[in-house]
Design a protein around this ligand. Structure first.
Ligand code: IPD
Length: 252
């Protein structure tokens, strides 16, 4: 993948923060911008009628009813510090590009450092480097390994910490790996049993969410709602429902 090669090939020893977004600890690097620019140029040349929704740029409107949802580096803090978990995430969705209403058609998550790529197409399954992947079916919530993530704003983090306090004693353990796209693909790949996070943006979940669903996961929000910014919960059907119930009990 050209975008992955760009990130892999030119990470300086000292990555600088070019700007911050939702808070002082929510960084944007020059590489986030360069990768998004590359993807936008490629898509504009090949798919001029499609819309683009990207983390680092202005929304592009289209006429085809299709939208490319791009996260140039999901896991920017890991990229900043040289921690190996960050990915380029690209998906195409039909209809309103809002997670509550969209229909994801295809997606790819390319984990930059190890070069692993997960792909999925609607109703055609999910693959890691061309080999099919399938979610695990943990025996119980209590023995489930659960991935999660945190936002960048202090108030949201305080709320996430409160919910985590309720969840942690009731599961095998928690992983906070720093890239929602990779978390969802690891779930698809059977390396996590469950995943939940509040506050995800469409580009964090578009491709990874489809990979997870196509690998057999249920993806939803709470109280019967679809997965949205308010809450995203993913896992094999039985365990996902149990985690939803636990999060509801916690008032998440
Ligand atoms: C972040 C990562 C992280 C998640 C945050 C996201 P970014 O995306 O996916 O794992 O916990 O909520 O914002 O900022 O690195 O693209």
């Amino acid at each position: 993948m050209e975008a992955g090669a760009l990130v892999r090939g030119s990470r300086p020893d000292e990555v600088e923060v070019a700007a911050t977004k939702s808070s002082a600890v929510d960084p944007v690097t020059a590489m986030d911008r360069a990768v998004e620019d590359l993807l936008r140029r490629r898509l504009a040349a090949r798919r001029p009628d499609d819309a683009i929704l990207g983390e680092e740029g202005d929304d592009v409107t289209g006429t085809s009813g299709l939208t490319w949802v791009i996260d140039p580096i999901d896991g920017t803090v890991n990229y900043l510090y040289g921690v190996a978990s960050y990915a380029v995430s690209v998906a195409i969705v039909a209809g309103d590009p809002d997670p509550a209403r969209w229909t994801p058609l295809a997606g790819a998550v390319h984990s930059v450092v190890d070069g692993v790529t997960w792909t999925a197409a609607r109703e055609q399954g999910a693959d890691r480097d061309g080999l099919p992947v399938q979610v695990r079916r943990a025996d119980s919530l209590a023995t489930s390994l659960v991935g999660t993530g945190f936002g960048y704003e202090a108030e949201r983090r305080a709320e996430q910490a409160r919910v985590l306090r309720h969840v942690l004693p009731r599961v095998r353990d928690i992983r906070r790996l720093g890239s929602a796209a990779i978390d969802l693909c690891l779930l698809a790949d059977g390396r996590l049993d469950l995943y939940y996070e509040r506050g995800l943006n469409p580009w964090d979940m578009a491709a990874g969410g489809l990979v997870a669903v196509e690998a057999g996961a249920v993806l939803s929000g709470l109280d019967g709602a679809p997965a949205t910014r308010r809450m995203t919960v993913a896992g094999s059907p039985d365990r996902q429902a149990e985690l939803v119930a636990l999060l509801e009990e916690a008032g998440a």
